[in-house]
Each structure stands twice: as structure tokens, then as C-alpha cells.
Design a protein around this ligand. Structure first.
Ligand SMILES: [Ca+2]
Length: 185
């Protein structure tokens, strides 16, 4: 019975923690030609969308002779103030992440492909993420990656799994208890 209660309690805690999540949309992307390899923005090529987490190697319009770049924006909704981890990376380029208009992480990644992760606390409510990438080296493999994670959400999922297992053990033990009790002596 103790195991059953413990299992249920853990399961409940897991569900409660899962509310600490972040709603994401998709990136609204604008591709540019670059006037040079120092970040001077040129003409708009086209617009596109990226999924919330993306990893493109090589980048789509990389077959063009001139260097390319893109600017992307995505709004996220933080349901409850929480820590969020952001990873940016790339190759042949420079990639920057801005949060609510302020520079958060800036990675110069000429060669080889590299990435960098950092974590920050985001308050509940809507936040605007922006990514700017441009080529600093014109080779055949410009690449860009972005991913975000909510550590509290991940540990909640682990607790939920553990809670579920305990709940199952609790049910089995309780049933065994009932069976033994009703067994004629
Ligand atoms: Ca390269």
C-alpha cells in the first residue's frame, strides 16, 4: 500500500512538473544574398519556414555563387518561468541568437562545424527569438543548427516514467496482498 501511494504521489508530481513547458511555433525565415563575407546584408532571395529545432547541413540556397545568409524569428510562449537551454551552431558562417531583441549568444563558426549551448531563465509569457546567420567562408558546406530544451520538462518526464513504474509495482503488490488475504487458510 505504501508503494502504491508513493507511486501515485510520484506520478502526480511528474504531471504537475510537466506544466513547466514552453510552447513553440516555427521559424519565419528570410534568405538574403550577402554583399561580402563580413555580414553586409544584400537582397532578399526568398522566404521560408524552419521547424522549431533545425539542423541544415548544407543550407538550402548554398549553391549560389555569392555568400548567403538568413534572418529568422519565432515567438515562444513560456507557460511558467523556467530555465531554457539554447544551442546554436554552424559551419562557414557566423550565427547569432537574440532573445527579446537583446543579443544572447554569438558564435563565429568559420570551419569546421561547431556549436555552443547556454542556459537562461525565461519568465512566463511570450518571448521573441531571432537568429541571424551569414556566410564568412564560401565553400560548399555552409550549415546552421538551432535547438532548445527545457531541463525541468525533461526531468519531469523521467520522474513520470519512474512514478509509472512504481505505480505498476504498487498495483501488483496490492493485488498480491488481496489474493493472499482472501486465500483460505
Ligand atoms: Ca566548412
Amino acid at each position: 500500500m505504501v508503494i502504491l501511494v508513493l507511486g501515485a504521489a510520484l506520478l502526480g508530481y511528474g504531471f504537475q512538473s510537466a506544466a513547466t513547458s514552453v510552447e513553440v511555433g516555427q521559424w519565419e525565415v528570410t534568405w538574403y544574398t550577402m554583399r561580402d563575407t563580413y555580414g553586409t546584408w544584400g537582397e532578399v532571395i526568398e522566404t521560408a519556414t524552419f521547424p522549431a529545432n533545425f539542423n541544415y547541413d548544407p543550407l538550402g540556397p548554398a549553391t549560389r555563387p555569392e555568400p548567403i545568409g538568413f534572418k529568422a524569428v519565432m515567438e515562444i510562449n513560456v507557460l511558467q518561468t523556467t530555465n531554457v537551454g539554447f544551442t546554436i551552431g554552424g559551419d562557414d558562417g557566423s550565427i547569432a541568437l537574440l532573445i527579446d531583441g537583446a543579443s544572447f549568444n554569438d558564435l563565429y563558426c568559420p570551419d569546421p562545424n561547431t556549436s555552443e549551448s547556454s542556459e537562461t531563465t525565461l519568465s512566463a509569457g511570450r518571448h521573441l527569438l531571432e537568429i541571424q546567420y551569414y556566410q564568412v567562408l564560401v565553400e560548399d558546406d555552409p550549415a546552421a543548427t538551432f535547438s532548445m530544451s527545457v531541463p525541468a520538462q525533461e526531468s519531469a518526464a523521467e520522474i513520470m516514467t519512474g512514478g509509472g513504474a512504481l505505480l505498476f509495482i504498487g498495483i501488483v503488490v496490492t493485488l498480491l496482498g488481496f489474493l493472499l488475504k482472501t486465500k483460505p487458510s
